[in-house]
Design a protein around this ligand. Sequence first.
Ligand code: 13P
Length: 279
Amino acid sequence: MSLVKMRELLEKADKGDYGVGAFSIANMEMIIGAVRAAEELNYPLILQIAEVRLKHSPLDLISPVMIEAAKTAKVPVAVHLDHGVNIETIKQALEVGFTSVMFDGSHLPLDENIKKTKEVIELAKKYGATVEAEIGRVGGSEDGSEDIAVLATSVEDAERFYKETKVDALALAIGNAHGVYKEEPILQFQRLKEIDDAIEIPLVLHGGSGIKPEEFKKCIKYGIKKINVATATFNNVVKRVDELMKNSDSVDYFTYHNKVIEATYENVKNHMNIFKSYE
Ligand code: 13P
């Protein structure tokens, strides 16, 4: 199976009416856990890391592990840079072999977001890589450092953005937010459906942690094909490790190490089982 382009995974998902999970990882154990879940369910996987997290897991160290894990996996795996902001980082990710990148220009005026996204698309073309962009503003922030309010994506902006960039996948703001939801999210399915009817590319849902199974399914039905999950995995790892520590007098390193793998596996598997179909 092995390392594939994200475009291929999303096109198949579009035809098959299922969603592909893009799971954020921070270390080798989390990569092993995510791949294990995908192999067990025989399900495609997007392994991703956000630019803001590279200060914890440097790209030159984490990327060979991500790419090798993808190449040796028994299922198709795409390796993705999430929330790329600086062109230099995007270039580095493409250079080390990531098969897709996100350029996040959602904080920019639309014209500028279009211009910069087109530059990233030109760059990615040289590597045959897939590009995801974002318009509207998803709430919160990827690393929890900012509390950004949701600014829902309009149908007109989505249409114009797609027409002018021809980007491969588009992340939308429809009431979703990164991190732990302070209040129950109210997703704008009608808006999602209208955008899906207006543009033909796979749509992306950020802020997957905390969304209910039936809402995920409704999102998939209305055009979401890539679903980002980060906080739920990180929190499950912390929770399971905490339980382990509290329940034993002494824990050796490798018991802890295996717990990180297991907790990642558990969360990835739970989400993949939901994303399998919209029924
Ligand atoms: P959560 O941390 O809310 O799952 O969001 C993940 C995400 O959208 C990464 O881009």
